[in-house]
Design a protein around this ligand. Structure first.
Ligand code: OKP
Ligand code: ZN
Length: 343
């Protein structure tokens, strides 16, 4: 399997993540991908290509153009306003306030376009987010050209980014944009399977009203896990999308036996639905040692996960999402790829 990867992810490395009332070094840090790269090479996945520049046109069509403009100019606007630090959202529209009026002031705009203030933006965030999207798009083109699968080593991740909000370390929803590109390329029905520990609220949001893209997510139950306000099992889609959204929220301590049962169910539903192509949002934070998650998967479970997903026999674009047990991120990620290849 070929990997697409851009070193420009390094341009995004905020000093600060708001965690437990303190500013800490972000869990989502550049070294994560170094571990994946090293493991890829160690295991013979030596076909690693630098992607061409991101194509923002599919993003403009799928997402809110005002949001993309905001992301692109946020740093310059923030500095022009005289802000000393990194971009952190402090004021967000809450119950009883206007949810659809965009402030003119950059501090207000940041709150409008953000759903989780742990995530900081810096001078290089936009460029890094574009480079992450570029990898996903290159993987999509590779699969569209006939490869059975490709791996996009995306950083920053994407699945929490909605059509008009960043948060949860995500800015551009790579998986969603790739799913749309697969639709544009002729796939009638595209499934997005999200195995990251966290609910893929952004992907769900983008396709919630659509019947041509099915979204299935296995994740920590919202009562107990970020993003807290979405990801319940009764969110099944609306309008044309009714029945095309499937959530598998699971409680703290969930191990692979229960998790794999949910995966099998998701795989069966994707197969029955008649998907022509698959996007896999691959986070490996379901791992038992992950510092911000509460599932109990072990490293060999990720091999089995990859094998099961491969049995769908669909053209598959794999987009990297989360995983924070730094040294194990490489092993667990590449385990999924090896399982997938040796199904
Ligand atoms: C992004 B991805 C740590 C709380 C972190 C945000 C988690 C974002 C996860 N104190 N909350 O889905 O792996
Ligand atoms: Zn996650």
């Amino acid at each position: 399997m070929k990997t697409f990867y851009s070193e420009n992810h390094r341009l995004h490395f905020p000093q600060a993540e708001l965690s437990g009332g303190q500013f800490v070094t972000p869990f989502e840090r550049p070294s994560r991908v170094e571990y994946v790269l090293n493991r890829l090479k160690e295991r013979g996945f030596s076909d690693i290509e630098k992607p061409a520049e991101a194509d923002l046109e599919p993003a403009r069509r799928l997402l809110d153009p005002g949001y993309l403009d905001f992301l692109q100019t946020a740093w310059a606007d923030w500095k022009a306003e005289g802000m000393a630090g990194e971009i952190i959202a402090a004021n967000v529209p809450a119950r009883g306030m206007h949810l659809d009026r965009v402030p003119a002031n950059i501090d207000g705009k940041v709150g409008y376009y953000c759903h989780a203030s742990e995530t900081a933006m810096t001078a290089g965030t936009w460029a890094a987010a574009c480079s992450s999207l570029a990898s996903a798009q290159a993987a999509q083109r590779h699969v569209a050209a006939g490869a059975s699968a490709a791996f996009a080593l995306c950083r920053p991740p994407g699945h929490h980014a909605t059509r008009d909000q960043y948060g949860g370390y995500c800015f551009l929803n790579n998986a969603a944009i790739v799913a749309q590109m697969m639709r544009d390329g002729g796939a009638d029905r595209v499934a997005v399977l999200d195995v990251d520990f966290h609910h893929g609220n952004g992907t769900q949001d983008i396709f919630y009203g659509r019947g041509d893209v099915l979204f299935a997510s296995l994740h920590g139950a919202p009562q107990d896990a970020y993003p807290y306000f979405i990801g319940y099992a009764d969110e099944t889609g609306k309008g044309d999308g009714d029945g095309a959204n499937i959530n598998y929220p699971m409680p703290p301590g969930t191990g692979y036996a229960v998790w794999a049962e949910a995966l099998e169910n998701a795989i069966a539903r994707i197969g029955d639905w008649g998907a022509d192509a698959l996007v896999l949002s691959l986070g490996v934070d379901a791992y038992k040692e992950d510092p911000i998650s509460f599932f109990k998967l072990d490293s060999p479970d990720f091999i089995d996960m990859g094998q099961r997903i491969a049995r769908l026999s669909l053209p598959t674009v794999i987009c990297m999402e989360g995983g924070y047990a730094i040294e194990a991120v490489g092993i667990n990620t590449v385990n999924v790829l090896e399982g997938f290849e040796n199904a």
